[in-house]
Design a binder for this molecule. Structure first.
Ligand code: ADP
Ligand code: MG
Length: 285
């Protein structure tokens, strides 16, 4: 039978928009000593906005049209920003042979031209040269190749969530170690980590890279909570001792796999979930 205190804990959590899928996770979460978080959509808002378009031997509107037409086939938050920015430019265009390459971006044909839109890893994969200085820019980029030639990039930015810094500070005062994992470029990841005071931050990760990092921490005997929102986060959410999903903008796969769902996506609710676990434990034992 489930001790009465657990019902109180689960009820208190749910009134705060924290859904525990089973009473045992109230216990599991109290043992957590490392919180591993995804960046985009977890610590940042996940709503990107286009800042700038840089072209190389192509008209700006043409570059935006080719890129956005291709991106209209993706639900990635980066893709949504590019499509929103393009507006009417893409209304009569259609992409063919579209392939979404996980952790890299998109490949397809638009107006008879082959188009690649994604990160520098995508261009490397297809052996396409690009100006090396773009790697150090501290914005998220969509790098574009048209007919196998670097044709420019679109800089996009996201904002850190209002309560993220406070949440990280509170984790540290609970003696919990913080780690950030992201598929975004290292320069952007380091900037966000520095702003939040997160000591260990790894960028340029493929989905399997996130799994490897969490597995390595588990092998060290750490008790891990992983917090994520994206489709690619589901495997790590499953692997962690406590898998936490941001439920608002989160993908169905991640929400389904999670042990705990945070409905309004606030990082401060991660800390609250841990505190509720600790309070409940005191009542039960
Ligand atoms: P994350 O959610 O941590 O950014 P993803 O695996 O979803 O991880 O994406 C990793 C990276 O792959 C993104 O930061 C981006 O650079 C690139 N990418 C993925 N999908 C797209 C897309 N549709 N358009 C452009 N870039 C993309
Ligand atoms: Mg994500």
């Amino acid at each position: 039978s489930i001790p009465l205190g657990y019902f109180g804990g689960i009820g208190l959590a749910s009134r705060n928009g924290i859904l525990f899928k089973g009473s045992n996770f109230l216990d599991v979460i109290t043992k957590v000593n490392v919180v591993v978080m995804d960046k985009t959509g977890t610590l940042t808002k996940g709503v990107f906005k286009v800042q700038d378009v840089v072209t190389k031997d192509i008209e700006r509107d043409e570059l935006v049209k080719l890129t956005a037409t291709l991106e209209s086939n993706s639900t990635h938050p980066i893709a949504k920003a590019v499509v929103a920015y393009a507006g009417d430019i893409i209304k009569n265009a259609k992409a063919e042979n579209v392939e979404e390459i996980s952790g890299h971006g998109l490949k397809g044909t638009v107006d008879g031209k082959s188009v690649l839109a994604g990160n520098v890893k995508l261009l490397k994969k297809f052996n396409i040269d690009y100006p090396k200085e773009i790697e150090t820019l501290v914005d998220t980029l969509v790098v574009i190749a048209v007919n196998d030639k670097y044709s420019g990039h679109i800089t996009i930015a996201d904002e850190i969530k209002e309560d993220a810094k406070q949440a990280i500070d509170e984790m540290h005062s609970l003696k919990i170690q913080t780690v950030m994992l992201s598929g975004d470029k290292q320069s952007v990841v380091s900037k966000v980590a520095q702003a939040l005071g997160i000591e260990n931050a790894y960028g340029d990760l493929l989905p399997e890279g996130k799994v490897e990092k969490v597995q390595a921490l588990k092998n060290e005997g750490k008790h891990i909570a992983f917090v994520g929102d994206g489709v690619n986060d589901a495997p790590v959410v499953a692997l962690a001792d406590a898998g936490i999903a941001m439920g608002g903008l989160g993908s169905d796969a991640t929400i389904e796999t999670a042990d705990v769902v945070i409905q309004n996506d606030q990082p401060s609710k991660i800390v609250m979930a841990i505190k509720i676990g600790k309070i409940t434990r005191r009542i039960v034992w």
